[in-house]
Design a protein around this ligand. Structure first.
Ligand SMILES: [Zn+2]
Length: 235
């Protein structure tokens, strides 16, 4: 199994790794990786695998049968090759900031109104979030975004750790995704924004809300009772 370094240190931009399998010349697994695979609303990472003087662009990262597969732009890598993994850090760091910002907005809305998340889409340049809200109220969404902005740029630590599932499930609001049930695992990874939110989550986040600085509303849309939609981006 691949050692998932991004779960431990989301700030790791480079690492050495060994190729453990190659399928059709372009789908590569590694003994350890810093590349986040598409999933949980967060896009996959891009970057490079470097072997000697040869650079292989990582163009897609997915999870297949529990293994993380890195799709590279050309053939040539072999099992046993030592490579240097290099993240497209600019893209990843933006995603870390907006992903963490989305947690704060969801937590405040959930606490204040009981809204659940019914959909989310994280893109490099914007975030789209859907909530189940009794009444569509643009001002309410704006108000919660403003409340979130009051926290961004201030010193609020973010931590992540494993908890036994039984203990984790006692945390109110630990799963805010409507219809989602926690994975069938003995422990859950908790992302805690101290004093704001605890959420079961496998994505990558910033260590402090200071790093988000500020977000701005792009637009709101009413897609029905279960899909009050908000778009925002990093300012
Ligand atoms: Zn998250």
């Amino acid at each position: 199994m691949t050692n998932l370094l991004f779960l431990v240190d989301s700030y790791l931009r480079e690492t050495k790794a060994t190729v453990t399998s190659v399928k059709d010349g372009k789908y590569v697994t590694l003994n350890q990786t810093i590349f986040y695979p598409k999933g949980g609303g967060q896009p996959y990472d891009t970057g490079e695998l470097v072997k000697g003087n040869e650079t292989y662009k990582v163009i897609y990262v997915g999870k297949f049968s529990g293994e993380i597969s890195h799709e590279v732009d050309h053939k040539g890598l072999q099992v046993g090759d030592e490579v240097k993994c290099v993240l497209n850090w600019k893209r990843r760091y933006k995603l870390m900031r907006s992903h963490t910002a989305a947690h704060v907005l969801a937590a405040l809305l959930n606490k204040g109104t009981g809204a659940l998340i019914t959909g989310n889409q994280l893109k490099e340049d914007h975030v789209r979030f859907d909530f189940s809200l009794e009444k569509f109220d643009r001002e309410l969404l704006e108000e919660y975004l403003a409340k979130s902005n009051e926290l961004f740029g201030t010193d609020v630590p973010v931590k992540w750790y494993e908890l036994p599932k039984e203990e984790a499930m006692k945390i109110p609001g630990v799963v805010k995704m409507a219809g989602a049930f926690p994975p069938n695992l003995p422990s859950l990874r908790i992302v805690e924004i101290v004093g704001v939110d605890k959420q079961a989550d496998g994505g990558t986040h910033v260590r402090n809300l200071r790093e988000i600085v500020k977000v701005e509303l792009i637009k709101t849309e009413n897609k029905g009772k279960n899909n009050r939609r908000i778009y925002f981006r990093l300012d």
